[in-house]
Design a protein around this ligand. Structure first.
Ligand SMILES: Nc1ncnc2c1ncn2[C@@H]1O[C@H](COP(=O)(O)OP(=O)(O)O)[C@@H](O)[C@H]1O
Ligand SMILES: O=C(O)C1=C[C@@H](OP(=O)(O)O)[C@@H](O)[C@H](O)C1
Ligand SMILES: [Mg+2]
Length: 163
């Protein structure tokens, strides 16, 4: 079985995921890196060159074909737009939503603009947050409030809730 981390960009899926893998003796997979490897391009270049719909479709295909066991899987924040990806991830793992307030995401994303986010031109970050929260909640097996927790504190909180 695997543990699948979902949530907004900068929620800590990648940072916390790799530490969780070390502490639990699991492997670690970051879907974003698999996408970059397959495409031989950076995420932000895929988004700027091909557009967000193409990126979502590539992300859906990569996550839907993931074949791993005993792994912590850090997904990209937009994975919840991929119906096949989410069906597959729910089948191979326990899906954990790292939930943070809009204010915290906004603050962290300020320093992370070069990563690329699947944001439509007419959409504000607040609208994106409001659009995605219900999706994360609907796919989550477990919702973890990550607000005001440091990386190590969040690792412990997640470990305590993994069945
Ligand atoms: N619990 C935390 N407290 C403070 N900063 C954090 C925490 N988790 C992650 N960060 C920081 O937020 C940024 C995004 O983290 P990252 O793990 O890449 O998020 P994600 O993979 O969910 O987009 C990084 O700069 C990271 O150091
Ligand atoms: O939420 C998003 O729109 C995205 C999040 C990124 O991953 P992280 O959630 O790991 O930052 C990455 O997949 C891509 O740049 C788009
Ligand atoms: Mg990440």
């Amino acid at each position: 079985m695997n543990v699948v981390l979902i949530g907004m960009p900068t929620a800590g899926k990648s940072t916390v995921g790799v530490i969780l893998a070390k502490v639990m003796g699991y492997d670690f997979v970051d879907s974003d890196l698999l996408i970059q490897n397959q495409e031989n391009r950076l995420l932000k270049d895929i988004i700027s060159q091909d557009g967000i719909n193409s990126f979502i479709s590539i992300e859906n295909q990569v996550n839907a074909s993931l074949q791993v066991e005993h792994s912590i899987i850090a997904t990209g924040g937009s994975v919840v737009y991929g119906v096949e990806a989410m069906a597959h991830l729910k089948e191979i793992g326990t899906v954990i939503y790292l939930k943070l307030s809009y204010e915290t995401i906004q603050k962290r994303l300020g320093n992370a603009k070069q990563r690329g986010v699947v944001l439509r031109e007419d959409q504000t970050l607040l609208q994106l947050y409001q659009e995605r929260c219900p999706l994360y909640e609907s796919y989550a097996d477990i919702i973890i409030d990550a607000e005001n927790l440091g990386i190590e504190e969040l690792v412990v909180k997640i470990m305590n809730q993994i069945p």
